[in-house]
Design a protein around this ligand. Sequence first.
Ligand code: T4K
Length: 380
Amino acid sequence: MIRFSEPILVTRPYLPNLEDFKKGLEEVWMNQWLTNNGPVLQRFQAELSRYLDVPEANLALFNNGTLALELGYYAMGLAGGDVITTPFTFVATSHALKRIGANPIFADIDPETMCLSPETAEKLITPRTKAIVPVHVYGNVCDVEGFERLGEKYGVKIIYDAAHAFGVFNHGIHGTHGNDVGGKGRSIGCFGDMSMFSFHPTKLFHSCEGGLLVFKDAKAQEKLFELRNFAIHSETECVDVGSNAKMNELQALMGLECLKKIDELLDYRQKIYAAYSEVFADCPEIKLVPHSRNKAYIPVLFKDFEARERVYTELKSKCNVFSRRYFYPLLTDFAPYAYAKGTCPVAEDIAARVLTLPTYYGLPLEDVNAIAENVKEIAG
Ligand code: T4K
């Protein structure tokens, strides 16, 4: 077994060229403008619009993904209603619901994609349901057409937590925001009423911290811009209970510099996935989950809880490799959501067996091979 001399973490953020970043900083210094819809943020928004092929009027940037979700849910009118969502995600998906006074109702996931299943979600729809919040977990794409049907049939909003799905384009599927699908297709953010991308440094693309909402109805933009700035409408008017969720100029600069490299960042992750895949090919006990389009994470399923725990623990103690059990425990095992404990058996099974392995731009492929060989040896 190989023990790395330096710890290998589950992820490391990409850092852009420092000289380019310094040039950007000089501009910020000249502008003497640090936050609140500054010129660098506006440039970042324009570049994101180009990259995603979504009009700028349908985008809003925030200082992190969690507040983007919270204010997005609020702007879509979910406060006080029931919202059907998945327990197999990061806590932010449902915390943001709770914080606006919405009531998360948990439905089970599809065993293949690990995303919320439209069939299980449909069974829980009642007159109190205001929305469904599926998550493109790991960059695996939800059944967007199934959810679109539910949205139309029951008149509920469909809001995707696309925190993991930046860089995912859905070639060949007709997005609800727009018309023709050409080239790489429409961004996955174009489905449903709204989607949120997280730009946290643990994501394949980041802005130090940050979040982006993409929404179908451009009229939402004014409301969202106000909500992220305390709901101040003018010097003498505050029109709602807003928050401080403004992305600052340094975040926007980091985002702009990282965006220059996005194709390379995405390509490198495919190489990492291919390297893991090759080593695990002859090992039926270890199932590399194949569905992530952008390979934002490398989730692996083991045969049972004991095997997963052994690999997780021994990778750390014997190999100096820090994998993570995303997403274990399930949300329904946490105190705020314990009312739903035991209601989602597929998600429970997967959470007990899944492990996410290291992946990030610059992780040497020979290290990936060594990590994978170690996993194989420990899993036995
Ligand atoms: N929805 C979903 C589905 C999400 O997954 C998330 C966030 C959100 C919503 C909310 O979006 P944000 O508000 O975060 O924009 C991490 C992240 O904090 C969180 O952003 C992410 N999901 C979640 C899946 O993972 P931790 O507690 O596991 O991260 P942490 O700080 O332990 O970092 C993980 C590894 O990365 C460590 O080994 C150290 C390394 N690292 C981390 C940072 C921050 C670095 O090397 N450099 C760094 O700067 O939650």
